[in-house]
Design a protein around this ligand. Structure first.
Ligand code: ADP
Length: 505
């Protein structure tokens, strides 16, 4: 018997069955069972928003050991595939939190290992990543073609980032295939491997070569999504334009320009239930736009937790990020000596490149009264910093969308951002002449330079000392609509376009 609908999420008033689509949503990480950054958060919330609008959504991801441990019970599908003599099994379960159906691809030698989905304990990429995500893509393609005994075929397969980018390329070889959509969450990570992995990957000849996956004598998984998906999206309108330029195109601007007619930007939302200062169980006190007293209590708790002097009128500038150049952490480190003269405290949470981690530890040691650093990944602390700090720093060199600036605005913590990608699309500068002061929600600067960052930091310090203006800035940010609804509607329209434009092989 055909499954009419896999999704059991309650229908909302916005449900529109005419547009209802059977969607296979594919991601290498899905919060809350596996998250290393923005992609995991998106995959943990967009499918639920689609299901609420009436789509029949099945999420698919690899069966990492840690992800399985965080799942409820799973059921093994009767059909298994083969990966070089090893079984590829499909485990069906439901995601904690939103209860959406999820299908996990279990291949013991590739996914049954602890820790980070992409990196080994040495911080380097797992040496068999090409094999892992090629095998994953093959398994997804089999599900998409309804060949695993589920009696369910999606009308659209939505793939995300390089780890699932081979899926559209594999499906392009099939007759009667579903439509495909590929979303770029970060073009800088492309899954590029030397050609000697080709024997192992056993990909069809037709998708290799210059017009296929070849990229400067290597193999690019990302190109599979960019070239073969019926539609390509990225996570903000500005980033969609930027990646078609040499400066931001990471060597793929030519391919993207070629697909320009099928490329668009859809801004991410955030999970407003997980990120809600009025109910967040991870923070010291709850608050909302009308009553910000709780924010002050969170500030005091944060100062205590981080070992900083508990002073109320000194603003805490903060940053939560992967410590890599993309995020402009080097600019922040270089700005610290001048920043500290502004009488502020600085709290940083992150992990990443060893040189930045060390520089931050050194700064905390040199300035224990003003700088506190936590090196590592700590979700609870991320929430407490978001709630307890006053100004958030996001001086990214590029930022496809960025979620943390939206978390912060929702928590009354105005961000300082560089005008790029999704930051330019979500933050409106206080000083911008064409912005009504009642519209401004943060501070925006243009150049990726220490001077430009310091200028914005100084501006924030001046406004912070004007309580009424500061409160307006906070409230405008807190009033923003960060839900997934508008984005989910835009995705559904793109799905319909992809289905209509599907190129038949
Ligand atoms: P990216 O995906 O490039 O890392 P985003 O701003 O889109 O950047 O998303 C980052 C997500 O990861 C946010 O939810 C942020 O709170 C979280 N995050 C980043 N670093 C840490 C950390 N060290 N500890 C806890 N959460 C973190």
């Amino acid at each position: 018997m055909k499954h009419d609908k896999l999704t059991t999420a309650p229908a909302s008033p916005a449900e529109d069955t005419d547009l209802s689509t059977r969607v296979l949503f594919v991601s290498s990480e899905v919060s809350p069972v596996m998250k290393t950054g923005g992609l995991g958060e998106v995959a943990g919330s967009l499918p639920a928003a689609l299901a609420e609008l009436g789509d029949d959504v099945l999420v698919m991801m690899p069966a990492y050991r840690d992800a399985l441990e965080r799942m409820g019970p799973v059921e093994k599908l009767p059909v298994a595939l083969d990966h070089f003599g090893e079984p590829v099994e499909f485990l069906k379960g439901r995601l904690p939190r939103n209860d959406l159906p999820v299908l996990l691809v279990a291949i013991e030698s590739l996914f049954d290992r602890p820790g980070n989905p992409y990196l080994g304990p040495d911080g380097e990429s797992w040496p068999d990543n090409a094999d892992r995500f090629c095998a994953f893509a093959r398994a997804v393609a089999e599900v998409a073609m309804d060949r695993v005994g589920m009696d369910w075929q999606p009308e659209l397969v939505h793939c995300n980032d390089w780890q699932s980018a081979l899926v559209p390329a594999l499906l392009a070889q099939e007759e009667d295939r579903p439509a495909t959509m590929f979303t770029i969450h970060n073009l800088a990570y492309q899954g590029v491997f030397p050609t000697d992995v080709l024997d192992l990957l056993q990909l069809p000849e037709s998708i290799l070569g210059m017009d296929g996956l070849e990229f400067h004598g290597q193999i690019s998984f990302m190109k599979g999504g960019l070239l073969y998906a019926d539609r390509v999206t990225t996570v903000s309108a500005t980033y969609a334009r930027e990646i078609q330029t040499e400066e931001y195109g990471c060597g793929l601007d030519g391919v993207l320009t070629q697909r320009a007619e099928h490329l668009s930007g859809i801004l991410n939302g955030i999970d407003i239930h997980v990120w809600d200062p009025a109910s967040d169980p991870k923070i010291a006190a709850h608050y909302d736009r009308e009553d910000l007293d709780g924010k002050q209590m969170n500030k005091q708790a944060l100062q205590k937790e981080m070992g900083l002097p508990e002073v109320a009128d000194v603003p805490i500038y903060s940053m939560i990020a992967r410590l890599i150049e993309q995020k402009g952490i080097d600019l922040v480190i270089d700005a610290v000596p001048s920043l500290l003269k502004l009488q502020v405290q600085l709290v940083i949470l992150g992990d990443g490149e060893a040189r930045f981690e060390q520089a931050l530890r050194d700064l905390a040691e040199e300035h224990p009264e003003q700088v506190a650093v936590y090196i590592g990944y700590n979700e609870g602390l991320a929430h407490r910093i978001t709630a307890g700090s006053d100004v958030f720093l996001m001086p990214s060199r590029f930022e496809p969308c960025g979620l943390t600036q939206m978390h912060c605005m929702r928590y009354g913590t105005p961000p300082i951002v560089r005008a790029t990608g999704g930051l330019a699309d979500t933050v409106r500068d206080v000083g911008m002449v064409d912005i009504d002061p009642l519209q401004a929600n943060g501070f925006v600067f243009e150049d990726a330079s220490v001077d430009a960052l310091l200028h914005a930091m100084g501006h924030a310090r001046v406004i912070y000392d004007q309580p009424e203006r500061w409160r307006t800035l906070q409230q405008v940010g807190m009033d923003g609509d960060y839900t997934w609804l508008a984005s989910a509607i835009a995705y559904r329209m793109s799905y319909q376009q992809a289905i209509a434009e599907r190129t038949v092989s």
